[in-house]
Ligand binder design. Sequence first.
Ligand code: CP
Length: 312
Amino acid sequence: MQKHAEKWTKKHILDIASLSREEIEIVLSLATSFKEISERDVKKVPALRGKTIVNLFFENSTRTRTSFELAAKRISADVVNFSSSSSSLTKGETIVDTIKTLEAYHPDIMVIRINSSAALYCLKKFTQASIVNAGDGKHEHPTQALLDMFTVKEIKTTLEGLNVLIVGDILHSRVARSNIFGFQKFGSSVTVCAPPTLLPFNYGQSGAILTSDLDQVLPKADVIIMLRIQKERQGGLFLPTIREYVRDFAMTEERFSKLKKDCLILHPGPINWDVEIVSSLKHKVHPRILQQAENGLAVRMATLYLVGTKQK
Ligand code: CP
């Protein structure tokens, strides 16, 4: 742990774009050590004893919120969970005043999920705490990409030279953006596949290959990340019908039969079965997706520990 912390210099983790390959490797290596702690009888180490973490979720979450809370507890930090629906935001308090108020309690780390893209670059001015991005609008979800990369490395033993295919609502996906940045830093190729209305115009400079022809790119994929249709971010109608989406973009039995034998299918969750993936494939794909969720805990322990040792 100590040697990882000595190499780490960043106070915040706001995105994957600004993390170097070496920094990502530090997180993944430390997460490997931390994963074992959750398999012990006593699932706790004193790594961040005396530190205080506030989890601020202005958007709903299951995986990210619970795993950040458990991660904080397993490394012995004191943790407070803030949920916007039961807070004074409902009485008209602003997000900035909320951050300033919580800052008055001297937290060491704030883990924030928010629906405004890139808002955290502004909000960090109102606190001395380290900030970890738990998903900001359509911008980035850095710890999701880190846990995705951790899972791929765990199963495929490398992050280099892979064909990574991301399928689904690319336009609204912070997970896609973070994974494009992350996998490309290791020399893997990233293809994004979506209906034309869900492919962003400005992805030209991202280095990712854009396509709407899933059946053409599917057989070459080493890793496929299936994404949810984000109805909560779709102000207008982006799809004719879900039935057409399933026909052209879902992982069906037929498409599954055309994959490389060792192709790894991941999904950040939550999954809409029979939209992104047909439910008859559940027994084949869900175990790996749950392994991915499990790895989120270890990766979040690592990120909290690293920023927790670099606050001043
Ligand atoms: N993958 C993910 O961010 O899931 P939650 O919204 O449940 O946290």
